[in-house]
Design a protein around this ligand. Sequence first.
Ligand code: ADP
Ligand code: TRP
Length: 328
Amino acid sequence: MEFMLRAMRILTGLQPSGKLHVGNFFGAMEPAVRLQDEGEAFYFIADYHAMTSSQDPAALRENVRELAIDFLACGLDPARAVFFRQSAVPEVNELAWLLSTVCPMSLLAKCHSYKDKIAQGVAANHGLFAYPVLMAADILLYDSNKVPVGKDQKQHLEVTRDLAVKFNETYGADTVVLPEPIIREDTAIVIGLDGRKMSKSYQNTLPLFGEEKPLKKLVMKITTDSTPVESSKPVAGSTILALYKLFASPADYAAMVADHERGGVGYGDFKKRLADAYWDFFAPMRVRRAEILADPGYVDRVLASGAERAREEASKVLTRVRRAVGLV
Ligand code: ADP
Ligand code: TRP
């Protein structure tokens, strides 16, 4: 009953794993910012999770801070969303333990992300193997109703739902809330400078923030074919157009398509238009970022008050769960 009376809770986590790029913006930040209006948003920085693939204390601190600054600059509004560090609510580890006692090994052994990481050469540590259990705890600890994630996280959400069902079967219906995934499908995939999916592992990204000259120079690196200036140029499969569409107005985009079809404009020109549109698109976020940086205590204050709010919620759920399992 308790959860029927409150607003829909939307929860997602982002790993602090380096500089944000345009793919992260359109694939994760922008949808999260939009969802702030749909319910009660809980957004966190998954710092415990990041430690499964990199153990570098200075980098972790730096990446957490950068992600917090950038997410706030992109429009996360701490007045509407509860924004916190995963590790600021260590209770999540207790729930992860409780869930792990009903989690079959086979459920984790079949997870693609574990197998992929091992194939990439990441050490097969227990944290990496148990990653989906901690993720389930992240979700269930806040009675989350909706969990927006990229397609790569679909299987982790299935594990979460399996564990929630198993937990409720074992300890009583309504011990935990069964969450629904919101999966962003492939249509939202942003392509990178080389035409593949934009990803930091391919080094083909356009960062969100940085200095104007080097960023605009990156646009000039986009791979194109060798169609002469005067000829018409292919519209389908054009990396320039795919990226321009994200940043330009419909009219400007239509004009660039027409210029491709007509011929007479070279790729250098198109790239310049793209570089300008990209730079202008992020102008308000850069302004916001500068404001955030000008107030050195701001980020810490936001994360501290988010953590307090998140902990309050976590302790309610954990009390219910501890009672159900017989710990109290
Ligand atoms: P990367 O591929 O650069 O390592 P991550 O896996 O850390 O990026 O992605 C973080 C979030 O950003 C995920 O929600 C993912 O779905 C989204 N994302 C990353 N790259 C893209 C892209 N090219 N297009 C759309 N969304 C993306
Ligand atoms: N595993 C997610 C990713 O790499 C991050 C994450 C951790 C998460 N815990 C979560 C996402 C809980 C949604 C809900 O993108």
